[in-house]
Design a protein around this ligand. Structure first.
Ligand code: NAD
Length: 356
């Protein structure tokens, strides 16, 4: 049975599951709020559907509840942080609070965060920075089953390595570009597979490295026991971006890169390089505000192309989704809901659509 729940209902139920998995109440609530915000923003792949995976990761020992960042290096404008396998929704926010304070003080901050558990929607961190008037750039790698193929390669070698750039726009909402470097999200392929749908060409290769439109190749093991792979966006250019995310988010942060065969672990770790800039300290604040606004207005004046209503700026689709879903509720498909109920049962919580 699929169902539609209001955000507050989902927050309560997910927080109860996370708490039963070992988190203190405040941590459980912060994780739940972050996941529900991803659903509200239209990114169900990074919303409450992650809860079962988090519970499994805790039970597996790879995700450590009630764990904060450790500061490994602090030289003012450079911070090297270790997430110590804590919830990304906790250590990521702690890291950003530190980095934002440094950028406000010195004008910029370069910050590495290794060994964080899944950071969720990276745009969340850029939103924290742009709300303070800062530019924020993020390069992230994913240590989990490698589901994305290198350009010209025939199997999965790395994760969906997201990249995010947040730029404040004076007098309006920020530009918030936040995307996986894979052509599509792995979670979207699971949904398509469950519905029996095919996907457009250029998204996937099968377990032999041949192009396919069958999303099942990255969801269930194939004839030879192997999986197919997602392709990167933008062909060789997106591939290059994905590698940059692995080198910066993985190698440079100390979190490590993926270079081993796939395993079945449920734990998913992220490494993230963040660069924060305060335009006010750079001395260009006034012209930055004027020029950025003028450019965005100029883009919006473009007449709608075929099939489009209007030109949008990155970040707008998420804000529109929030307004709609806050009003109409969040639709949860039955497979996802069943997994959340099962995750609750694993830690002794009876999750129910009518409340706990
Ligand atoms: P996507 O393909 O929906 O692209 C989203 C970006 O494109 C957003 O910035 C959005 O505002 C912009 N956009 C969408 N339509 C637009 C339009 N018509 N005009 C202008 N801009 C538009 O996102 P995705 O690649 O599926 O990624 C989804 C989420 O998954 C992101 O939040 C990302 O951080 C997250 N993610 C996290 C991990 C992790 O390991 N933590 C891994 C991969 C992805």
């Amino acid at each position: 049975m699929s169902l539609t729940l209001q955000a507050f209902q989902l927050r309560t139920q997910v927080a109860a599951v996370i708490a039963a998995a070992g988190s203190m109440p405040a941590e459980a609530q912060q994780v739940a709020d972050n996941l529900v915000l991803a659903n509200l923003s239209g990114h169900d792949s990074h919303g409450v559907g992650m809860t079962p995976r988090y519970v499994d990761a805790v039970l597996e020992g790879g995700l450590k509840p009630n764990t904060g960042i450790a500061v490994r290096v602090d030289i003012g404008t450079m911070l090297a942080l270790d997430g110590q396998r804590g919830y990304g929704q906790i250590v990521g926010v702690q890291a950003m609070q530190l980095g934002i304070a440094r950028a406000k003080q010195h004008g910029s901050c370069i910050m590495t965060l290794g060994n964080s558990h899944h950071l969720g929607r990276i745009g969340h961190f850029a939103e924290m920075a742009t709300a303070q008037g800062l530019v924020s750039m993020h390069f992230v790698n994913v240590l989990s089953r490698p589901v994305v193929a290198p350009w010209g390669g025939g199997d999965g070698r790395f994760g969906t390595n997201p990249c995010c750039i947040g730029i404040p726009l004076a007098g309006g909402d920020p530009f918030l570009l936040d995307f996986a470097t894979s052509r599509v999200a792995q979670g979207k392929m699971r949904v398509a597979h469950n519905k029996g749908e095919r996907v457009p060409p250029g998204h996937l290769i099968d377990e032999h490295g041949a192009p396919t439109d069958d999303p099942g190749v990255v969801v269930v093991p194939q004839s030879n026991g192997l999986f197919g792979a997602l392709m990167t966006f933008g062909e060789h250019k997106g591939y290059g971006m994905a590698v940059a995310c692995e080198l910066l988010g993985g190698a440079l942060t100390g979190g490590g890169t993926w270079h081993r065969p796939a395993d079945t672990a449920r734990t998913v770790l992220n490494g993230m390089l963040t660069v924060l800039i305060d335009p006010a300290k750079l001395g260009t604040q006034a012209s930055f505000e004027v020029e950025a606004r003028a450019f965005v207005d100029w883009l919006r004046q473009s007449p709608p192309g075929a099939g489009f209503e209007a030109v949008q700026i990155a970040g707008e689709p998420e804000r529109k989704a929030r307004a709609t879903r806050e009003r109409n509720g969040i639709w949860i498909d039955d497979a996802t809901w069943g997994e959340i109920v099962a995750a609750g049962a694993k830690v002794g919580v009876a999750v129910s659509a009518d409340g706990l």
